[in-house]
Ligand binder design. Sequence first.
Ligand SMILES: O=C(O)CCC(=O)C(=O)O
Ligand SMILES: [Fe+2]
Length: 290
Amino acid sequence: MSVTKEHLDFYEEEGYVIIEGGLTDSDLEPIIQGHNLIVDQIAHDLYKQGKIKDLYPNEPFDQRLACLANECPEVEGCPDIGETRQPNTFEFIRNENLVNLIEAFVGPEITCNAVSHIRPKMPSTDVIFHQDAVFTTQEAKDILQVTVWIPLVEATEENGCLQVLPRIHQQRVLYWSYDKDLPQVEPVTLPMKKGDVLFMHKLTPHGSGPNNTNAVRWSLDLRYQKTNDPSPRPEWPSLIARSHQDPTSETTYENWRDQWATALKKIPTKIRYERPSKPLPFTGQMYLTD
Ligand SMILES: O=C(O)CCC(=O)C(=O)O
Ligand SMILES: [Fe+2]
């Protein structure tokens, strides 16, 4: 599956587009298996500390972490991409099929910045509406950036799939104070199958309703930008996923892993950058064609 002119026209009009079947099971399987191992490790750690009585070894990927959380409420998720820095995660971020899609949105020099997460959305939790453009230093606020949202299990209305406020990006306004000032329009609910890939404009407000199941709605949300633009989270490493100009500049696994280790030693938790207190016009790059 590739990105067509119709997809791009829809994205510019609505502020989001789903590429159905953009990824295959073999693209997704390694990162799922990698996170199965991470959950297994969490289970063994809790077991050793006497915090759980069962390892739930036969529970499927979408259930096991929820079972652990049920027995031990301190389990609220899993460590993020940079903390675990698995080879499978690295390979996924620069997966050829994925990066082929991304090229249509940011061009041929492609970097994944550190505002990128693995998200095990636990039962009962939700995410309030916001624009991703607010997660930035002031230096990087104008960059062209696209959010790529990828379910690792089927995302349904019941388990809290993504919802977007369509066409709001066209106002070219940055609502710095989260959902407080956002326009009140009817959200579009976006159920997605494994393999579908959602692209969202950074000015598109989005969130997700409560996960009303007893399973975990696993997803990845990654942010891609042009390589030489400033990073919105510069204290943590970016990953050059593709360079046509100079393929030797693409980040190697060892480099990425070591940069994360060093950066997290220095700054172990997310910095919340100063934000303007009111909505302001967005004057940066909206689309690759600008
Ligand atoms: O996964 C969610 O529910 C919300 C994710 C999100 O805010 C994002 O992908 O930017
Ligand atoms: Fe977001």
